[in-house]
Write a protein of this length. Structure first.
Length: 174
């Protein structure tokens, strides 16, 4: 009797992805596989960072910024599995500690950071440094007709283009 075995190409694909993640040297061990999605964009002269952390209380989050590196860490806790008599039939959410770091543009003002939390989304607003408006500098163009040019040409003719140091003047008169 022949036996039918179900096979899916997606299971092979998932196995390969898991192997890649295990071998990834950049993976931080304390993340326990939790991925925090992040959007970074600019609006009205500020850098905005939105992090989805559903089910996490704001008091359970730690947010730091150091040399343009914004780091969010915390823990997603599984409350329902701690209840006596709970049976889990299917679970896709990940639980445990996480850390997520993103590099921000270099021209940010680390003193101008604000964060708000609403409906499981942490929004961080970072001010950009105010760059002074640069004005073009006018550069004078010398010609043969200007006195500075004539003096320079006269000096060059006397020394045949070589640099000659003038003797020091002393206070005594001869």
């Amino acid at each position: 009797m022949k036996q039918v075995v179900s096979w899916s190409p997606w299971s092979d694909f998932e196995r390969v992805l898991n192997a890649i993640e295990r071998e990834n040297p950049a993976r931080q061990p304390e993340t326990s596989g939790i991925f925090v999605p992040v959007d970074i964009y600019e609006q009205e002269g500020r850098i905005l960072v939105r992090c989805s952390v559903p089910g996490v209380k704001p008091d359970d989050l730690k947010l730091t910024i150091d040399h343009g590196m914004l780091t969010l860490s915390g823990e997603m806790q599984n409350e329902y599995e701690r209840t006596e008599g709970t049976r889990v039939y299917h679970r896709e959410h990940a639980y445990g500690r996480f850390t997520r770091s993103v590099k921000l543009p270099e021209d940010i003002d680390e003193g101008g950071v604000d964060a708000s939390f609403e409906h499981g989304v942490l929004t961080i607003s970072v001010a950009r440094k105010v760059q002074p408006q640069r004005q073009p500098k006018q550069i004078a163009i010398r010609t043969a007709a200007t006195p500075e040019s004539k003096q320079l040409q006269s000096d060059n003719r006397r020394t045949n283009g070589r640099k000659v140091e003038e003797p020091e003047k002393t206070g005594a008169m001869n």
